[in-house]
Design a protein around this ligand. Structure first.
Ligand SMILES: C[S@@+](CC[C@H](N)C(=O)[O-])C[C@H]1O[C@@H](n2cnc3c(N)ncnc32)[C@H](O)[C@@H]1O
Length: 407
């Protein structure tokens, strides 16, 4: 049996049990292993608040994450990945589902398409590095009916790859739906995909500290190449380096829905008009002006997570007080503020002085954040997060270099 492209991503115990289940299916041609798996080992699955199941990751960098939010695994797929899309179902639709896992995001897309479209065609390309994780998608109870189609596609692919043996999934995928599955590192897949192909990219990796390689500037440049002009990338994270990466990769950005977290996720599109809501004001300021706005870099799309994390730490260190305001005590968000807390004010102004900004209420401070006067939550072609971030970046550079005129 072939176990390449079966990265040990999920909890070690369930990884071994799942592999053993499919090994025995092959040797004994026995359907009971797979059919009884969930009842036998349901304590390895994590029940989320909407009744759908998740699983735990293996320990990576001393942390364990579940594959989905505890607020509701399948609800998260609808809320974060489907609702912000503006699909025109009169046309054929193509979706790239990166980090497909148990296939919930794909299933939510299928449900939406089946409900709203009659004639057009839907193509979904799922990318997942781990066969065992996809196999778990066959073992969990389907949270919605359309997950049975996803299961069918996963089973067909796992049989083709000699991991599964028996054809137990009976759902027939409708003729106007095509589901392709790539079992490999998504960084390799994207480099082979054609320009201008996707209406949506779902980006659903573990967190940035566990998987920075799936949030890098270079990875996003590939997205920019393969996405259609009106396409939307959706991801659950609100992290500054990720939003900064999208901007550097020439995307417009907007705020994604809030679900199961305090902050909204991130949407990115080549077309500003696809993105209704701006990022929160302080997020824009921190991305533009402080070292948290330095993206992850993975020049040849093949570095390890540790390398990428260390390299960014080094780059942040070098940028601080040089090209970027220190992110310590969230310094840039106080620009323009009369600060009451004297101790905090001293720390903030010490950081600002290193960038030639005399105080939080100096002319230089107001010059840098001038565009924020026009901030509004709704964004348009002129007033939007991308334009403001680029404007503030430019002005900070001017102030640091003494290369500006304040009247
Ligand atoms: C948060 S889970 C995704 C959950 C999934 N979207 C779903 O609907 O069930 C992250 C997934 O990323 C996968 N993964 C990790 N590194 C990857 C890589 N380099 N390329 C593709 N998939 C990867 C993991 O195996 C895991 O299944």
């Amino acid at each position: 049996m072939s176990y390449e492209n079966n990265a040990r991503i999920i909890n070690d115990d369930i990884f071994d049990l799942v592999n053993e289940c499919f090994r025995q299916e092959k040797s004994a041609q026995n359907i009971n292993r797979r059919v009884n798996f969930f009842d036998t080992y349901n304590n390895y699955f994590v029940l989320t608040d909407d009744g759908s199941y998740s699983i735990n990751s293996k320990e990576i960098n001393h942390k364990v994450e579940t594959l989905h939010t505890s607020t509701g695994a399948i609800s998260e797929s609808f809320e974060k990945f489907i609702k912000p899309m503006k699909f025109d179902y009169n046309k054929d639709i193509a979706i790239l589902d990166i980090c497909a896992g148990l296939g919930y995001n794909t299933s939510a897309a299928l449900a939406d398409f089946i409900e709203k479209s009659s004639k057009s065609k839907l193509t979904i390309d799922m990318v997942e590095i781990s066969k065992a994780t996809l196999a778990c998608g066959l073992l969990v109870p389907s949270p919605i009916r359309e997950h049975d189609y996803t299961k069918k596609a996963i089973e067909d692919e796992l049989i083709k790859q000699d991991y599964a043996t028996l054809s137990l999934e009976k759902a027939e995928i409708p003729d106007n739906i095509e589901i392709n599955i790539y079992i490999e590192d998504a960084r390799q897949t994207v480099q082979r995909l054609e320009d201008n192909t996707y209406d949506a990219i779902f980006l659903d990796p573990f967190s940035q500290n566990m998987a920075p390689e799936l949030f890098s500037l270079e990875f996003f440049k590939e997205f920019r190449r393969i996405i259609k002009d009106d396409g939307i990338v959706a991801t659950y994270t609100s992290a500054a380096p990720i939003r900064a990466g999208f901007i550097e990769a020439d995307f417009c950005i907007g705020l994604g829905p809030i679900f199961g977290r305090k902050q909204g996720g991130t949407l990115a599109s080549p077309n500003q008009q696809m993105l209704d809501y701006a990022l929160p004001k302080n997020d824009e300021i921190r991305i533009a002006l402080s070292d948290v706005g330095i993206p992850f870099r993975d020049e040849n799309l093949n570095n390890s997570s540790e390398f990428i994390l260390n390299k960014r730490t080094e780059e942040r260190h070098n940028a601080r007080h040089n090209t970027k305001i220190s992110s310590a005590v969230k310094t840039p968000i106080f620009l323009g503020d009369e600060m009451g807390d004297e101790k905090l004010k001293r720390r903030v102004e010490r950081n600002l002085a290193k960038m030639n900004i005399p105080s939080t209420t100096s002319k230089e401070a107001f010059y840098i954040i001038e565009c924020e006067k026009n901030y509004s939550e709704k964004q348009d072609l002129k007033n939007n997060s991308r334009n403001r971030i680029l404007d503030m970046k430019k002005r900070l550079k001017n102030v640091k270099n003494g290369n500006y005129l304040i009247t």
